[in-house]
Design a protein around this ligand. Structure first.
Ligand SMILES: Cc1cc2nc3c(=O)[nH]c(=O)nc-3n(C[C@H](O)[C@H](O)[C@H](O)COP(=O)(O)O)c2cc1C
Length: 380
C-alpha cells in the first residue's frame, strides 16, 4: 500500500458522518508499477488451472474504451491490485507474480513462499490513492467493498470455468493482502448447471440510473437468498421494495419472503446514500446492514469484504434473471436498525444493490463510465 496502515474504526466513523469530501485529487496510475519485464500468460495444458481465462473473466480490462476491469468499482476507480502465488498444475512456473489488468500480463516478483498448493492463490490489496482521489475520507469502506467485489468476480470466474472449488479468505488481519482466494485446478468435475457462463460474466454491468420497475417477488427472493448465503452471517439482509406495495422484506427461515416493515423506505435510502435521488425511484434496493458502531477493526474489515462479495454474487444472480442492478456503497447516518425500532448504532447499512426491470441500455462503455462517475459525483 502507498499509505500508512489505516485506523479502520476512525475511518468508518468519519465515512458515516455528514462530513463532505473535498475536491478531487489525481488518482495516479491505473495499475501498480510491478517491477521487471511483463510476461505473457500461456495457454493452459490438460489438467492445469486456466489462469489466463480466469483473469480475463474477472480482472482484465475488457474493452478499449477505458473500462479498467469487468468487476464493478466505486467511481470506476478500480483500486484493487492482484498478486498470484502460483503452485503446481498452472501454465506459469511456480512463483509470486504481480498482475497487470490493462495489458493482461504478469510480472515475476519472486519464488513462491514455501510449498504452494496446486493451482493459484490470488491475493487482493488496494492502492488507496485511487479511491481517495474522489471519495476522500469516505474511501476506506468503499475500497473494502471493492475488494469483496473483486473476490466475487474471481469466485464466479472459477465456477464458470469449472475449476476446483475456490477457498475464500476474508478474515485476515495483515495490511496486505486484504483478501485472498485459492483456486485449485479442475478435477474433471462436470460443469455446474447453476454456474454463470463466461459470456454472462463479461456482460455484467451496473445499469445506469434511473433504474425503475419492481422485480417480481420470486426474483427478489432469489437475489436476497444469494446475498444472505454469500454474506455468511456477517450482516443481516433485506430488500426495500417499491410500488405497488412499498415495504421492507427479509428471508424467513423457510426461505420465503416475509415482511420486516411496511411503508416506503426508498426516499430515506436516497438521503442516506449521499443524496443519490435516483434511489427513491429504484424498483427495489437490496441492503446488507449490521457492523455496529462499537465494531473493532477486524470485524469492520470482514463485514465490508463480505458485503462486497455478497453484493457481487447477488448482482450477477440478478442479471442472469433479467433484473438490472447497480451497487450503492456510500452511506451516511444510515442506521437502518434504529429506523426499524431497534437499538441505535447496531444496524448500519454497509452496502446496497439497486434493482430494477426498466432501465436504459448502455450506450458505449466510456459514455457509461462517465455517466456513472457523474452520478456519484453529484452526491459529494
Ligand atoms: C463498492 C461499490 C460502490 C458503488 N457505489 C455506487 C453508488 O453509490 N452510486 C452509483 O451510482 N454507482 C455506484 N457503484 C457502481 C459503479 O459506479 C460502477 O461499478 C462503475 O462505474 C463501473 O461500471 P460497471 O459496474 O458497469 O463496470 C458502486 C460500485 C461499487 C463496487
Amino acid at each position: 500500500m502507498d499509505l500508512p496502515p489505516v485506523d479502520l474504526v476512525a475511518a468508518l466513523a468519519r465515512a458515516r458522518s455528514r462530513e463532505q469530501p473535498g475536491p478531487d485529487t489525481p488518482a495516479g496510475p491505473a495499475v501498480r508499477a510491478w517491477p521487471g519485464p511483463p510476461r505473457h500468460l500461456p495457454e493452459a495444458g490438460p489438467g492445469e488451472l486456466d489462469l489466463g481465462r480466469l483473469l480475463r473473466l474477472s480482472l482484465a480490462a475488457a474493452d478499449r474504451a477505458g473500462r479498467l476491469r469487468p468487476t464493478p468499482s466505486a467511481g470506476a476507480l478500480h483500486p484493487v491490485d492482484a498478486q498470484l502465488v502460483v503452485g503446481g498444475r498452472c501454465p506459469l512456473p511456480p512463483g509470486r507474480y504481480g498482475y497487470d489488468p490493462l495489458r493482461h500480463r504478469v510480472h515475476r516478483l519472486g519464488p513462491e513462499p514455501g510449498a504452494a498448493l496446486p493451482g493459484a492463490r490470488i491475493e487482493l490489496s488496494v492502492t488507496p490513492r485511487r479511491t481517495i482521489s474522489h471519495y476522500g475520507h469516505r474511501a476506506w469502506p468503499l475500497m473494502l467493498l471493492d475488494t469483496g467485489h473483486a473476490a466475487a468476480a474471481l469466485w464466479l470466474a472459477a465456477r464458470a470455468l469449472s475449476a476446483g472449488p475456490p477457498t475464500l479468505l476474508l478474515d485476515g488481519t495483515d495490511d496486505e493482502p486484504l483478501a485472498a482466494l485459492h483456486i485449485a485446478p479442475s478435477e474433471g468435475t462436470r460443469r455446474d448447471a447453476q454456474a454463470p457462463t463466461p459470456r454472462e460474466l463479461l456482460a455484467r454491468r451496473s445499469a445506469p440510473p434511473p433504474l425503475r420497475g419492481t422485480p417480481p417477488r420470486e426474483e427478489l427472493r432469489a437475489v436476497l437468498t444469494t446475498a444472505t448465503e454469500a454474506g455468511a452471517g456477517e450482516l443481516a439482509w433485506c430488500v426495500a421494495v417499491g410500488a405497488p406495495r412499498p415495504e421492507l422484506v427479509e428471508l424467513a427461515p423457510d426461505g420465503t419472503l416475509r415482511r420486516l416493515a411496511s411503508g416506503e423506505a426508498r426516499p430515506t435510502l436516497a438521503a442516506w446514500a449521499a443524496g443519490q435521488a435516483w434511489l427513491a425511484d429504484a424498483g427495489a434496493v437490496l441492503l446488507g446492514y449490521g457492523c455496529p458502531r462499537d465494531a473493532e477493526a477486524p470485524r469492520i474489515r470482514r463485514a465490508h469484504l463480505r458485503a462486497g462479495f455478497a453484493v457481487g454474487l447477488a448482482h450477477v444472480a440478478a442479471s442472469r434473471r433479467g433484473v438490472a442492478g447497480r451497487p450503492v456503497g456510500s452511506w451516511q447516518q444510515a442506521d437502518l436498525g434504529a429506523a426499524l425500532g431497534g437499538a441505535p448504532g447496531r444496524g448500519w447499512i454497509v452496502h446496497g444493490l439497486a434493482l430494477g426491470t426498466i432501465h436504459s441500455a448502455h450506450s458505449t462503455h466510456s459514455d457509461h463510465s462517465a455517466r456513472s462517475v457523474q452520478s456519484e459525483e453529484e452526491t459529494s
